[in-house]
Design a protein around this ligand. Structure first.
Ligand code: P1T
Length: 380
């Protein structure tokens, strides 16, 4: 099956042997009847497994071209499960420009549990090599990065990771499996905040991991069950439904983001526009190589780098909603320095470009003209 067919049917054959329902039923149950202890129809208890979650996990594996899918209660819970494969003394090399909540989990929880992190820029993949030592176990990549939209060459980092027998995990939240397939490019694990584009309607919080390696899948399944950070069946149903239109939405998100980025580029008040589809984006060629299109996230700064002007601009928007999060059908605008990335110390975040005037847009699937008119009036 090709991608669009997989988004709708991947892993979904014979989804309801009881009644043949076309869509996966919501199995709102904690437990399953056994005839004699240990004799059941594949499910015992809903932390360990639930048919709706299982349908979603098969869909997730299918769209990522992977073998095993695992769903978690949030994107951060999925990242947490990956970190639990490590032991004290292990070292992680991570992109320095990444979601603030990921940074907080690494730097405020796992650092105290004895894991050492190196946060580095990875636009030149060779930089990674100088941080590898016998304790290094994991490379963590976010691409495109949140919120600076930097692009990291997954294939090049995967080559380094394999040479040194390390694990490579990719946060695919901004691109999604529609635009980018990290496992095909050599990654060992692909993680997503399904809260964003997979769910697609800003009504569910959920996380996913997909892997090919059976042993790694077994280890992550053990952590999923033992740690218990699982999503409920209704949330699994919502993400499963979202995935069925992922290809349609991502295409429109990308088209609208292109129009927005090109408009902002010509505006006299704008200093920098960050969108990997722009030819002048420093990693445009890598983005073209590893992505099908360039996605719906656009960041920009205004001339003079004024905090007050940035806040005034987002307050003036009428169609874009000032809110955290991204990836829904509706357009959102955020101020990373005071919202999504406030947990990163000012000096650290400014090193990666998260300055006071930086605005992040999650460009939705409304009419392009309405979105541009909204930006025009708010900038005016
Ligand atoms: O919110 P949650 O589902 O736990 O996902 C965390 C997460 C992980 N990775 C990336 C790249 C993300 O952007 C996020 C969540 N991000 C936001 C809430 C945000 O507004 O950027």
């Amino acid at each position: 099956m090709k991608f669009n067919t997989k988004a709708i049917h991947g892993g979904q054959h014979n989804i309801d042997p009881a009644y043949g329902s076309v869509m996966a039923p919501i199995y709102q149950t904690t437990s399953y009847r056994q005839n004699t202890p240990g004799s059941h129809q594949g499910f015992e208890y809903s932390r360990s497994g639930n048919p709706t979650r299982s349908a979603l996990e098969k869909s997730l594996a299918s769209i990522e071209n992977g073998k095993h899918g695992l769903a978690f209660g949030s994107g951060v819970a999925a990242i947490d499960a990956i970190l639990k494969t490590l032991t004290p003394g292990d070292e992680v090399i991570s992109t320095s420009d990444l979601y603030g909540g990921t940074y907080r989990l690494f730097n405020r929880i796992y650092k105290d549990l004895g894991i050492k992190f190196h946060f580095i820029g990875m636009q030149n993949p060779q930089t990674v090599e100088s941080y590898i030592n016998p304790n290094t176990k994991l490379i963590w990549i976010e691409t495109p990065t949140n919120p600076m939209l930097n692009i990291i060459d997954i294939e090049a980092v995967a080559k380094i990771s394999k040479e040194h027998k390390l694990l490579l995990a990719v946060d695919n939240t901004f691109a999604t499996a529609y635009l980018q397939k990290p496992l095909d490019l050599g990654a060992d694990m692909v993680m997503q905040s399904a809260t964003k584009y997979l769910g697609g309607h800003s009504d569910v919080v959920l996380g996913s991991i997909v892997v090919n390696n059976d042993k790694l899948a077994e280890q992550l399944y053990f952590i999923q069950n033992a740690g218990g950070a699982i999503p409920g069946p209704m949330d699994c149903f919502l993400v499963l439904r979202g995935i069925k239109t992922l290809h349609l939405r991502m295409q429109r998100h990308s088209e609208n983001a292109k129009a927005v980025a090109e408009y902002l580029k010509t505006h006299p008040k704008i200093e920098n526009v960050y969108w990997p589809g722009l030819k002048e984006h420093p990693n445009h060629d890598i983005a073209r190589k590893q992505m099908k299109d360039f996605g719906g996230m656009v960041s920009f700064t205004t001339k003079g780098n004024s905090y007050e002007e940035a806040i005034k601009f987002i307050e003036n928007l009428k169609i874009f909603t000032l809110a955290e999060s991204l990836g829904g059908v509706e357009s959102l605008a955020g101020h990373p320095a005071s919202m999504t990335h406030a947990s990163i110390p000012k000096a650290e975040r400014e090193k990666t470009g998260i300055v006071d005037s930086l605005i992040r847009l999650s460009v939705g699937v409304e009419d392009e003209e309405d979105l541009i008119n909204d930006l025009k009036q708010a900038l005016g």
